[in-house]
Design a protein around this ligand. Structure first.
Ligand code: RP5
Length: 159
């Protein structure tokens, strides 16, 4: 099946965070791909990925990076597709560096920035699903079911 969501990350070390986006996309039945694409270590790979993404059929890109996290912004600059940025929790500054690098885009090229770490990766997948659902009725039903199940799982009384 052709991927509709592309997950990219700056390093293998980001996968432990970004796999949570992939797992949620799997759960929601959204075709996706995951690639290591570094803005500074593999700039040509980033250029090729971002400039070719729309023609390959991708609809949304989720980009995770840590530290000086320019990957989401650089990707967004080279594609008309929406880019969701996930700040990976860094060792030195616990992801605050990643967050500020990703969220503080100057006006003109947006990156939809999520929370630091695992929560951000999961929510990026859910936000991608919400962006695609208005054009895919079945996916909309699956997203509704996901939310209903989540609601049902919350006990009213703490144990
Ligand atoms: C960034 O540098 C990556 O996104 C990663 O979060 C961070 C550290 O990369 P490694 O040194 O673990 O490869 O490019």
């Amino acid at each position: 099946m052709t991927a509709t969501v592309g997950i990219i990350m700056g390093s293998q070390s980001d996968w432990d965070t970004m796999r949570h986006a992939a797992e949620l996309l799997d759960e929601l039945g959204i075709a996706h791909e995951a690639k290591i694409v570094s803005a500074h270590r593999t700039p040509q790979r980033l250029y090729d990925y971002a400039t070719g993404a729309k023609d390959r059929g991708l609809k949304v890109i989720i980009a995770g990076a840590g530290g000086a996290a320019h990957l989401p912004g650089m990707a967004a600059s080279m594609t008309p597709l929406p880019v969701l940025g996930v700040p990976v929790q860094s060792k030195a500054l616990s992801g605050l560096d990643s967050l500020l690098s990703i969220v503080q885009m100057p006006a003109g090229i947006p990156v939809g920035t999520l929370a630091i770490g695992q929560a951000g990766a999961k929510n990026a997948a859910l936000l991608a699903a919400a962006m695609l659902a208005p054009y895919d009725t079945e996916l909309g039903h699956r997203l509704d079911a996901f939310r209903a199940k989540q609601t049902d799982a919350i006990a009213e009384t703490p144990q």
